[in-house]
Design a protein around this ligand. Structure first.
Ligand code: HEM
Length: 124
């Protein structure tokens, strides 16, 4: 029996095409931000964007499942502070606004991402 899922948040992000555009914009902004560039400049950016599209699709209630390392595993090799985490969220907010994601939808998504700081922030 099919289970109805609430994908209204996913739809607010413009579905798959919207998420691909968002991550293109987000990666450009991360690389242009002096605080974030050191973390992302040597990453496989295409692969990372793909994982982020999958993750945001899943987290927003869309029809995707990200597999791969846990958030803790994925960020273990980097020294990430609470300040770094907040800076990334700030860049993400700029990106969502630039892509026309409604403010309420931005906040619904951020509320689902925020608890991940426990697994990602690993440096005082
Ligand atoms: C809510 C916040 C965050 C989310 C949802 C998130 C999500 C992800 C995901 C899904 C991946 C890909 C994992 C994989 O499949 O290998 C990833 C990798 C990565 N993340 Fe995060 N992340 C967050 C915060 C941060 C922060 C604060 C930093 C650094 C300031 C960071 C730096 C990176 C880097 C550099 C990679 C790529 C590592 C590599 O493969 O070279 N992330 N992140």
């Amino acid at each position: 029996q099919a289970v109805a899922r609430d994908d209204s948040l996913y739809q607010s992000f413009g579905g798959q095409n919207g998420l691909v555009r968002l991550m293109d914009d987000f990666m450009t902004r991360l690389l242009a931000d002096a605080r974030m560039r050191p973390f992302f400049k040597d990453a496989d950016q295409a692969a990372l964007k793909k994982q982020l599209v999958l993750q945001f699709c899943e987290v927003s209630g869309g029809p995707c499942r990200r597999d791969g390392p846990t958030m803790k595993e994925a960020h273990d090799g980097m020294d990430i502070t609470r300040g770094d985490f907040n800076a990334l969220v700030e860049v993400l907010q700029d990106s969502m606004s630039a892509q026309g994601v409604p403010f309420a939808a931005q906040n619904r998504l951020l509320a689902r991402l925020a608890p991940m700081h426990r697994d990602i922030v690993n440096t005082p």
